[in-house]
Design a protein around this ligand. Structure first.
Ligand code: G3I
Length: 376
């Protein structure tokens, strides 16, 4: 057996052993191994259709077989952490790069998973040429060409597209709380253009508006939620196609009561408001930052797991929520470790699996929350 195949086999076996021994705190072990996707499997659900996933990186799927095996065993929907973004997929004005995006969507399809697209329009991850090449005169053509090319390539293969990401920034002071983004500057009606173009390019994908800091009980989160609702209501009034709202769910565990890191009635009301517009919702990028917690690992893991439990008790309760994705699957590769957020320099412990791909208390919390939601 060639070394690489043997390496893959051993990694798959190691991951399988991890799965088989999964401890689910407070729950009798099911007969089947407790994986996140088994918690929402049709046979275990009253309302099938809830999906669970994570973001992945093409490089890791290629180079880390244990990571790939864990993703395959746990998830039934994926999203690319970076490979579908404007900069990585459109590196030159007339050149696209699809290899990494293809790696991820082919992995998803080969393993029976759905695939989310993230994202067409964002104020970040723009290629260097954007600032010098894109002007008010050509911005619409650049945007339409980008969406037609990318959405067209993956037509009928994408579950949902984050067409526009993070367009609201109330502190920028623009009307309706709009972010003063590079797109806003050159093409003020970029949102309507983007969604109309996406609908034509892939009529099957759920067109999603995705944003962060809309989860907490604090005033700033409430103001941002109000602006998001106004945005999507306005789109509907103009006949602009939109099907879902993505609630990114980048959360924090706080050692002291803090309304920004408290999740409850205001989030629940926001979700009811979104549902009343006839829209679906997805929890698109969940992780729980432990930057404010002491270094002691059992303490951190328990506090992070408690946030998964309390947040998902609210956020998954609404039947219009159709998916939960974490932003990564293992602490080994979380983006938070590039944010320098812990003052003691300790790596973050924000995801269901630790850096050795072992399940943490947060895994049990997520599994139990998904099982409860699948029965709602
Ligand atoms: O691929 C290049 C590599 O070639 C180069 O050597 C290296 C050093 O410059 O940069 C690499 O690109 C980095 C990329 O991640 C891949 O690792 C970019 O600099 C870096 O900015 C990028 O960060 C990503 C960030 O979005 C900005 O796109 C994070 O991984 C990703 O987790 C983060 O994800 C966002 C969501 O898309 C939207 N919601 C918030 C979330 C967290 O910021």
């Amino acid at each position: 057996m060639p070394r690489s195949t043997r390496r893959h086999f051993l990694a798959q076996s190691a991951a399988a052993a991890t799965i088989a021994a999964l401890p689910i705190r407070g729950l009798a072990q099911d007969s089947a191994p407790a994986t996140l996707k088994s918690a929402v499997a049709p046979q275990s659900a009253v309302t099938p259709g809830l999906r669970v996933g994570c973001c992945v990186a093409a490089r890791l799927l290629r180079d880390d077989p244990a990571y790939a095996a864990l993703v395959k065993q746990q998830m039934n929907i994926l999203v690319a952490e970076n490979e579908f973004k404007f900069g990585p997929i459109h590196p030159q004005p007339t050149a696209f790069f699809f290899d990494d995006a293809d790696t991820i969507i082919n992995f998803a399809e080969h393993n029976g998973m759905k695939m989310r697209g993230h994202n067409f329009v964002w104020h970040r991850a723009l290629p260097p040429w954007f600032a010098t090449y894109v002007t008010p005169a050509n911005a619409e053509q650049v945007l339409v060409n980008h969406i037609e090319t990318v959405a067209g390539r993956y037509k009928f293969r994408i579950h949902s597209w984050d067409v526009v990401n993070e367009a609201i920034q109330v502190s920028d002071g623009l009307p309706n709380g709009m972010r003063n983004s590079p797109w806003q500057k050159v093409l003020p009606n970029y949102i309507d253009i983007a969604y109309r173009t996406a609908r034509k390019a892939d009529p099957h994908a759920l067109l999603t508006y995705n944003d962060y800091d809309i989860e907490g009980e604090d005033e700033a989160s409430s103001a941002k939620r109000g602006a998001v609702l106004a945005l999507v209501r306005g789109m509907q009034q103009r006949g602009v196609p939109i099907d879902a709202v993505g609630i990114q769910s980048h959360l924090s565990a706080s050692p002291t009561p803090n309304p920004k890191y408290t999740y409850g009635p205001k989030l629940e009301q926001f979700q009811k408001d979104v549902q009343s517009l006839g829209l679906k919702m997805m929890l698109t990028e969940m992780d729980v930052n432990d930057r404010y917690l002491p270094a002691d690992i059992p303490t951190r893991d328990a506090a992070v797991a408690d946030v998964y439990t309390s947040y998902l008790r609210t956020a998954l309760a609404n039947p219009a929520v159709i998916a939960l994705l974490t932003w990564g699957i293992t602490d080994k590769y979380t983006w938070l470790n590039h944010e320098g957020s812990r003052k003691d320099g300790q790596p973050e412990r924000c995801l269901p699996f630790d850096a050795d791909l072992k399940p943490k208390p947060a895994f049990s919390s997520e599994y139990i929350a998904l099982r409860a939601a699948a029965r709602r």
